[in-house]
Design a protein around this ligand. Structure first.
Ligand code: UDP
Length: 242
């Protein structure tokens, strides 16, 4: 498969077209951003580790019957993915209160939610990715009512698979962000990535609230050891307890 041209460059990945119009190549960069790109940096080796983690988790989800855009990992930083039209939505699932949920509701960090919370954010940097209500989402025609129901049930299904899997790896899945696209048959497909850049992951072997953090909060909050935390996630997911 030969790579043709750069289609899109985002904060953490570059998408290239290939000689097959249905297949794109996703290249994972070491660049890191936070707070709507106000904070920028590099996490050495992040591209490779996030590519490996995403490939692992997308394979796991496919095995559980959840369609993803993942086809194959073609190098340590690259994966072949199905071409989809990305919906301009960030679907966030939360099991434990952290981040903006705490800031906006006053819930204490670490509060276990009595059921998973699914939220939709408008993927729009100029507007600062605002939280949407259902009615605003429909007003802006970002998805149809049926797609919205499907997104919600798909997100909850993914949460169940990932929560159970991370539990086997002694990791708590606090919250995460998903992106979905539509394929040429208008089917909803999980796309983008699932990695420590897009999840909050807490090491169950640590009780200290800073030491347990294995995700991009280490970068956001300057906690140090970012590279090694990401590497540790990969190591742990490669040897889950049965
Ligand atoms: N998230 C993400 N990309 C974004 C916003 C959030 O991957 O543009 C992830 C984030 O890493 C966390 C979850 O979504 O796992 C919930 O993030 P939150 O709304 O708490 O925002 P933050 O605290 O990151 O501003």
């Amino acid at each position: 498969m030969s790579v043709r041209q750069r289609l899109y460059e985002g904060k953490a990945k570059i998408l290239y077209t290939t000689d097959d119009p249905d297949v794109l190549l996703s290249y994972f960069k070491d660049d890191a951003t936070a707070f709507n790109a106000q904070k920028r940096g590099t996490i050495q080796g992040k591209g490779a580790v996030n590519c490996a983690i995403t490939a692992h988790l997308f394979r796991l989800l496919e095995e559980q019957g959840i369609p993803t855009h993942f086809i194959d990992q073609s190098s340590d930083r690259e994966m072949q993915v199905r071409s989809v039209k990305i919906l301009p939505l960030e679907v966030v699932v939360r099991n434990i209160a952290a981040g903006s949920l705490c800031q906006q509701t006053g819930l204490a960090l670490g509060t276990v939610l009595n059921q998973p919370l699914v939220e939709f954010y408008y993927k729009n940097d100029a507007l600062g990715d605002p939280l949407l209500t259902r009615d605003r989402l429909l007003l802006l025609e970002l998805a149809t009512p049926d797609q919205l129901d499907e997104l919600r049930s798909r997100a909850l299904q993914i949460n169940q698979v990932l929560t159970d899997f991370f539990q086997q790896c002694d990791i708590t899945l606090v919250d995460f962000k998903l992106e979905f696209g539509l394929d040429k048959h208008q089917r909803l497909i999980l796309a983008d990535e699932i990695s420590p850049d897009t999840c909050r992951l807490w090491n169950q072997a640590e009780t200290d609230p800073d030491r347990r953090v294995m995700d991009k909060d280490r970068f956001r909050r300057d906690l140090g050891d970012v590279e090694s935390a990401y590497q540790q996630v990969l190591k742990k997911i490669r040897s889950p307890k049965q």
